[in-house]
Structure formats: C-alpha cells, structure tokens
Ligand binder design. Structure first.
Ligand code: ATP
Length: 230
C-alpha cells in the first residue's frame, strides 16, 4: 500500500536520512523503532510531505507521491498524527472532532470514535487544554481516524503516558487494527510496538539497521542492545 524507497532527507545542510526504504502492506501495522534522533519522525515527515526528501521515492498504491503537500495526501487517504498531537486546546473535544469529520467518507464517524473512546464522549464539552495527556492522545487518534484514512501514520502515541494509559491506547489501537486499518507507527516503547506490529524496522543514524517480525527481534540481542538500548 505504501512503499518508501531510498529516502535522503536534509534539514538545511544536515543530511538526516541516508537511504531509508520500507514497505507498509495493506491491513498491517508496521512499526519504526529507534532511539532519540534516529530519524523516525523525519521519515514520517518525509512521507507526508512536511520535509520532502531530496532523493528517493514514496509510492502510495503505486502512485508516486514524493513531496506532495500534506492536504493532497490527506485527500488521497494518508492521515498523520504528529508527536505534538495537533489538537486545538481552545476548542472542545467535540469541536476538535467535528472540524475534521465527514471530509472523507468511511467507517469512522463521530459515533464510532466515541464508541472506541468512551472517555472522549464523557469529556466532549471539555476544552482540549483541560484534558489529561492520555485523553489528548485519544483525541489526536480519534481525529486522525475521522479523516477515514487508508493509511494512518502515528508518531509516538505513548509518549509521556503512564503505563496504564499506554495499555489502554494499545487495546484501542488493536481494535483499529482488527477493523482493517493500515498503520505506520513510530515508537520508542519497544513492548508497545512489538505487541501491536506485524513488522518492525529499526532505524539508527538515519538508516534502516534491521527489519523483521516481533518474534524475530527477540532473538537479536545485538540489535536490541545497539540500536534500541533494550
Ligand atoms: P525523537 O524520538 O527524538 O523524535 P527521531 O528518531 O524521531 O527521534 P528525528 O526527530 O527524525 O529523530 O531527528 C533525526 C535527526 O534530525 C536528529 O539528529 C535531530 O537533531 C535532527 N533534526 C530534527 N528536526 C530538525 C530540524 N527541524 N532542524 C535540524 N535538525 C533537525
């Protein structure tokens, strides 16, 4: 569904990605792992057109979308949840949601995302700024789903959350996966990623250092130690 081939991305003169290639098959969850600064966020930004790559290609259903603008990609069916979550703190939960609802037709409606996150329904009149970190994260995921994407790109959905909230988010995302969503997930939380993903890519120094299944990585102490610090 999404093919990334030999991406080279720069911030000004700094060469950040050195030929990243990866593949996200339809209906699968693919996780990008790696330490701080490995290039995970830059890979997502390169795919979504926020930091277009200088070399390499991004293909979505066979169409070359390299460097296309984010709004065009949203129309095509790529939905990006940034690490900063991108919600509007001055708007209520429901206003944050209705702002994006209905832009693309599909399974995910306001009612369905409230079923997925009952907590958001309870808090629907609350302002974005009044939410806990976990609730903000749920709101950000709910917004991304309401765009009814064909591929959901999530940047560190567990960042800064307590373990019990991480577990809740994992269960919600497992449900999204069961519903058939294709997901590219950036994570630092190794357990979270291996429990959700079908396939893993380990990034280090702006390149893919290892790729395989969650079962395979367990037998790779060198990879875990060198590139993930696990
Ligand atoms: P993190 O979990 O910290 O976000 P990451 O794996 O997502 O880690 P990136 O954010 O992709 O890493 O950063 C990769 C490299 O690019 C780092 O060395 C970082 O310092 C650098 N970098 C990131 N954003 C910028 C920017 N706007 N300008 C210059 N350099 C940047």
């Amino acid at each position: 569904m999404l093919e990334v081939e030999n991406l080279h991305t720069y911030y000004g003169p700094s060469h950040i990605l050195h030929g990243v290639s990866l593949s996200v098959p339809e209906g699968k969850v693919v996780a990008l792992l790696g330490r701080n600064g490995a290039g995970k966020t830059t890979t997502l930004r390169s795919i979504i057109g926020l930091t277009p790559p200088r070399r390499g290609h991004v293909r979505f259903r066979g169409e070359d979308i390299t460097g296309a603008r984010p709004h065009r990609l949203a129309r095509l069916g790529l939905s990006y949840m940034p690490e900063t979550r991108g919600i509007f703190p001055s708007l209520s939960v429901e206003e944050n949601l209705t702002l994006v609802a209905g832009r693309r037709e599909g399974r995910w409606t306001l009612e369905r995302v409230y079923e997925l996150f009952p907590r958001l329904r309870e808090r629907r009149r609350n302002g974005g700024a009044q939410l806990s970190g976990g609730e903000q994260q749920m709101l950000a995921i709910a917004r991304a789903l309401l765009l009814n994407p064909e591929v959901l790109l999530l940047d560190e959905p567990t960042e800064g959350l307590a373990p019990i909230v991480v577990r809740d988010i994992r269960e919600r995302l497992a449900f999204v996966k069961e519903a058939g969503m294709t997901v590219l997930l950036v994570e630092q939380n190794f357990r979270f990623a291996t429990q959700l993903a079908d396939h893993l890519y380990v990034l280090g120094k702006g390149a893919v250092q290892w790729s395989g299944t969650p079962a395979e990585i367990e037998a790779e102490p060198g990879v875990l130690h060198t590139w993930l610090g696990v």
